[in-house]
Design a binder for this molecule. Structure first.
Ligand code: SAH
Length: 477
């Protein structure tokens, strides 16, 4: 019997998808149910039926999964941030470990198992960065919070349990400034209004805070009041910045920043080094998890001291710089100019003299380095979610490093890229997951790839013409 929209069916949840919803089978049809848990016995209301699958919502729980716990956040289920506040953290880790294994096996066709998922001590309050949309509710009231799943509707939230605790009072201070001053709030529909996002960053070790207001305009009315208002609630604020974003876009930050007060950066410490971070530079959001991640990357790099290390997608230089004293030479590549400025400064702040940084697209820079004759012994790849482009992988393989350490925030694109590496002569030899993003669907993975056959990749500089025998020589042979 086939399923129809609005049917109510009894369903046992047998697995979770990597996107966080539960899945059960009904007459061989896969049915996806959000906010369910493995082992749930449910009455499900079917809301959508496609050729190969259906989607339902929970109508009633007959029997709860042993993984289930009471959610401790009022916004859970509405807010698009967390997906796992209804199951224990132990269950979440088990599932994430499996997601990584499944991606490698099914997408990559690579026969590996995730032996370990490393985790931080506290799965809450780890995020050092908040991007809080500002909008108006139906009755015109000011709303700050987080986007709901797959939409831009703002779910009000005063204090997110993932964020560092200092952020709550700063958001309240910004709200007070908006309410008490002649400033408008951005409306996505019309493209009118000034305040778009409150963007906050904090160094976990240093405590330093950056407060950034993203605006659809060039200036902030009564900016002294804004500065006073936020400074009055927290003594750790080191930088107050405006980010100008006048574009009709989902991208949160615009390209221009104006410093209103203090420095145009904050500093934090990772793995014993100091890092300077500008508003537009990438910085890992879970510092405790980052130290675990970088520790695994360093272990997989197996540096002995005489290597050339290439760090592609280096951000502010963090991964490479934490390994610089274990290699001969470090080259970092990153596309965002401010991040490269930070990376150079970070090298000098930490007295690291064997590094250089290039601001360019990873594919272009790798090709130029290859043409210059650079042959790194170890290459680190830490691309955005979409993974590496085919060009990058080709050039990396041409450079014939002994090892590639691939750090990834998306197991699916990682698995796809590992397949390509495998086909081109690199084998996955180590793999682990690091849960940098507890309670959310995201998980970080580190992989070591080793060149399978050293001889297949020796690159011949000799032109084929040199083997072009003359007619007489050819005859003689
Ligand atoms: N390794 C760094 C940053 C990783 S995030 C860290 O651990 O902090 C990925 C980085 O890749 C970001 O800084 C992003 O700006 C950069 N990036 C994105 N596309 C790129 C490209 N095509 N070429 C080079 N860098 C790119």
């Amino acid at each position: 019997m086939s399923i129809k929209k609005n049917d109510e069916i009894r369903l046992k949840i047998t697995a979770l998808t990597s996107q966080g919803s539960g899945i059960g089978r009904y007459n061989d049809m896969a049915v996806f149910v959000e906010d369910s848990a493995v082992g749930d016995d449910l009455l499900v209301h079917v809301i959508k039926v496609k050729k190969n699958y259906a989607v339902g919502i929970i109508k009633k729980i007959y029997k709860s999964s042993p993984d289930r716990v009471e959610s401790d956040c009022e916004a859970f289920g509405k807010c698009g941030g967390c997906s796992y506040r209804h199951i224990s953290y132990e269950a979440e880790k088990r599932e994430k470990k499996q997601f990584v294994t499944d991606a490698m096996n099914r997408i990559g066709g690579i026969d590996v198992k995730t032996e370990n998922i490393y985790t931080v001590k506290n799965p809450d309050r780890y995020r050092n960065k908040a991007q809080i949309p500002v909008g108006l509710g139906k009755d015109g009231q000011l709303i700050t919070g987080f986007y709901s799943k797959r939409s831009h509707r703002i779910v009000p939230c005063d204090d997110c349990l993932l964020q560092m605790p200092d952020f709550k009072d700063i958001v309240a201070a910004v709200r007070k400034y908006i309410l008490e001053n002649p400033v408008s709030v951005y409306d996505e529909e019309t493209g009118k209004g000034l305040i778009r996002h409150i963007y906050l960053r904090q160094g976990r070790k240093t405590g330093q805070i950056m407060v950034c207001l993203v605006i659809n305009g060039d200036t902030l009315p009564k900016k002294e009041r804004f500065i006073e208002s936020v400074l009055s609630v927290n003594g750790n604020i080191k930088s107050i910045v405006l980010n100008i974003n006048k574009a009709d876009t989902n991208v949160i930050l615009g390209e221009k920043c104006v410093t209103l007060w203090g420095e145009d950066f904050i500093e934090d410490e990772l793995c014993g080094l100091t890092f300077r971070i500008s508003p537009l530079s990438f910085y890992q959001v879970n510092p405790e998890g980052t130290e675990i991640l970088y520790g695994k990357a360093k272990e997989y790099a197996c540096l002995k001291g005489n290597e050339t290390l290439l760090d592609l997608y280096c951000g502010t230089g963090t991964i490479g710089l934490t390994m610089a004293k274990y290699c001969k030479e470090l080259i970092g590549v990153e596309i965002i100019p401010q991040a490269i400025e930070n990376a150079k400064k970070n090298a000098s702040l930490n007295g690291i003299e064997n590094s250089r940084f290039i601001c360019d697209d990873a594919a272009g820079a790798a090709k130029t380095l290859f043409e210059e004759g650079i042959r790194p012994d170890v290459i680190i790849l830490d691309p955005p979610r979409k993974g590496c482009s085919a060009d990058v992988i080709d050039t990396v393989v041409s450079m014939a490093p002994e090892r590639v350490v691939y750090v990834s925030c998306d197991p699916a694109t990682l698995a796809r890229d590992c397949r390509i590496f495998d086909d081109k002569g690199y084998k996955v030899t180590e793999l682990c997951a690091v849960d940098m993003f507890p309670r959310t669907v995201h998980v970080e993975t580190v992989v070591q790839l080793v060149r399978k056959n050293p001889d297949t990749h020796i690159d011949f500089e000799i032109s084929l013409d040199e083997f072009d025998l003359t007619a007489s020589e050819a005859k003689a042979t």
